[in-house]
Ligand binder design. Structure first.
Ligand SMILES: NC(=O)c1ccc[n+]([C@@H]2O[C@H](COP(=O)([O-])OP(=O)(O)OC[C@H]3O[C@@H](n4cnc5c(N)ncnc54)[C@H](OP(=O)(O)O)[C@@H]3O)[C@@H](O)[C@H]2O)c1
Length: 282
């Protein structure tokens, strides 16, 4: 362990006692709740985000709860910033066992209307925002035979109107996980993907419109949504069992089944549902 760093909380209780985790995009939303549950189950966690105020508020809240926590302001599409992020885990807690790449920008824009630069921004946040933290973390995860989880979406398994760059990015990282699982099998590192379905959002969550302006997400029927805490629980169970793929919710699994075996019916349902939702909520 490097001199001067805190020990991972070996004395703490819980399934993840003694483990050190980095969760990207954890100043808010699902990332924050996943980080909270990891802490509650004994891990030390490095929080991350791009908004200094929100990140510090989350860090203080966690510290006040008695959690072993550090934070690093870093844009995960910047490789040097990712090296600093991983270095924060090593300097503060001396090791790295778990990486969850959760940071992501989503969109609410049709491909035909989208500025090319906005497409790139959404794609970069989902692809390089996954690749860069992992690349920086790999030597340390190799030492601990650690665990990597890419947070993806049901929409990585099928298309979604108004989500072209987002779906393409999430699909890319699913494939990346498979390739790395094969290529790095000898390291003993776990590579998994969690495909999340509709989940409750922080009220201040924003996605990008066609011109790159932040806008609220499209309205969704509340009965379709899981809570962030439920999703965090499923992510932790996925890590604990070192699963390759977890598809969240019965609705999510049904969507995958229909798209795999009855793709035309799947497309018809998606188009009909999006038309109906647009009619009701826009
Ligand atoms: N909510 C859902 O219904 C749903 C469904 C399927 C999949 N997911 C996936 O679940 C994950 C979490 O989603 P969420 O709903 O919790 O979204 P969220 O509330 O917007 O959280 C995403 C976090 O990532 C941060 N972030 C974005 N780009 C970043 C970057 N380049 N560097 C560092 N931090 C960055 C955001 O902060 P700033 O933008 O302020 O920096 C924010 O804190 C995402 O991967 C998302 O695709 C969510």
């Amino acid at each position: 362990m490097p001199p001067g760093c805190l020990a991972a909380p070996a004395g703490s209780k819980g399934v993840f006692a003694g483990k050190v985790a980095v969760v990207t995009g954890s100043e808010s939303g699902i990332g924050r709740e996943t980080a909270r549950l990891l802490c509650q189950q004994g891990a030390a966690v490095v929080l991350n985000g791009r908004n200094a105020e929100r990140l510090e508020a989350t860090r203080q809240e966690f510290e006040a709860a008695g959690f072993a926590v550090a934070s690093c302001l870093a844009d995960v599409t910047d490789y040097a910033a990712c090296e600093t992020l991983i270095d924060t885990a090593i300097r503060t807690f001396g090791q790295l066992d778990i990486l969850i790449t959760n940071a992501s920008i989503s969109q609410r824009a049709y491909f035909a209307d989208m500025q090319p630069e906005v497409f790139r921004q959404v794609l970069d946040s989902n692809v390089y925002g996954t690749v860069y933290p992992l690349k920086a973390a790999l030597p340390y995860l190799t030492q601990t035979k650690g665990s990597v989880t890419f947070i993806s979406s049901i929409s990585a398994l099928n298309g979604m109107p108004s989500g072209s760059a987002y779906c393409a990015g999430k699909a890319a990282v699913s494939n990346l996980a498979h390739t790395l699982r094969l290529e790095l099998a000898a390291t003993g590192i776990h590579f998994g993907v969690v495909h999340i379905g509709f989940t409750q959002n922080d009220p201040e969550k924003r996605v990008l419109d066609a011109a790159g302006q932040p806008v609220p997400i499209a309205h969704r029927p509340p009965r379709w949504q899981k809570t962030q805490a439920e999703v965090a629980g499923i992510i932790l169970s996925h890590i604990r069992r070192r699963r390759q793929r977890t598809v969240i919710s019965a609705l999510g699994r049904l969507i995958v089944l229909v798209h795999t075996w009855l793709p035309r019916l799947g497309d018809w349902i998606v188009l009909r549902t999006t038309r109906r939702l647009r009619h009701f909520y826009e």
